[in-house]
Ligand binder design. Sequence first.
Ligand code: ACO
Length: 323
Amino acid sequence: MIRSVVRGNGAALPRRIMKNADFEGMVETSDEWIVQRTGIRQRHVAADDETTASLGEAAARAALDSAGLTPADIDLIVLATSTPNNTFPATAVEIQNRLGMHHGFAFDMQAVCSGFVYAVATADLYIRGGLAKRVLVIGSETFSRILDWSDRSTCVLFGDGAGAVVLEAQEGMGGIADRGVLAASLRSDGVHKDKLFVDGGPSTTGTVGHLRMEGREVFKHAVGMITDVIEATFAQAGITADDLDWFVPHQANKRIIDASAKKLGIAEEKVVVTVDLHGNTSAASVPLALSVAVADGRIKKGDLVLLEAMGGGFTWGAVLLRW
Ligand code: ACO
């Protein structure tokens, strides 16, 4: 059977790093509060000339380099983002143009922080359905543009960045030993809309709006939702937490990551944590975490890797793949 195998990956971060202490003169907060409640120590913040498209392009080029491919080899770009350069056209199409690609097709996917997990599952279906052979899956965000910088309960949490993988159609035997995407489980429930949303949009206010979050409410639901979708993915693949080599969760809050891993029985040393370095970069967080763990030699070819995310909507999901 056809499997969607990761052939390369890459990442890109804005030049400017903002430390927790940099907020101390802006809002009433402290490095100690931010580290204790979230695990975040710093985040990257985009300059005017750094956008979701430019960061996404840079991550895509890095992923192509690591795959030993060029844009000519790609037939689909799926970009997960909630901070597109423009309301339309899709920023994926802008990235396609920046890459000098005038063949194939590209589209954006909007599932907030779950965007990359949704995009990998979607790309896998395009590959297995025969519509694409090689897909660039990108998560790129500039959440700094939609933050209310006077709201301490949200502005300290988010950062900008991009990550990407190249998925390629390869023959597999159909079992759990195959490389590539092995199982996925996606969920959403709009009843939770008011707990995490942006208070503007083209069809309502005609403005971009700012991110609003009832953090405590999101926190309350996060662990249960994350563990449900991971257990569904384990059941699909016929595995348990012990079979995993790496758990690469969405990087929103260290406490949520720790509580989810504990509930699932995933050993601490198998959990990839980068929230301290990047903050919450929404759809970019999982591919950015992947890029760190691949670069430092933790994630290697053949490893069994579980991706997970939960975000606005609510949306949530998990993907199991063999690297
Ligand atoms: N500095 C200092 N104090 C603060 C700050 C800050 N930056 N922010 C809030 N506080 C205060 C609050 O005002 C509150 O004060 P009070 O007790 O006097 O009312 C106190 O700290 C505690 O606030 P809580 O909201 O209860 O703090 P909590 O421990 O829940 O941590 C946090 C807040 C970090 C936001 C946490 O709730 C969280 O991580 N929530 C989930 C976020 C998440 O996972 N989002 C999903 C993905 S994001 C996406 O999809 C876009």
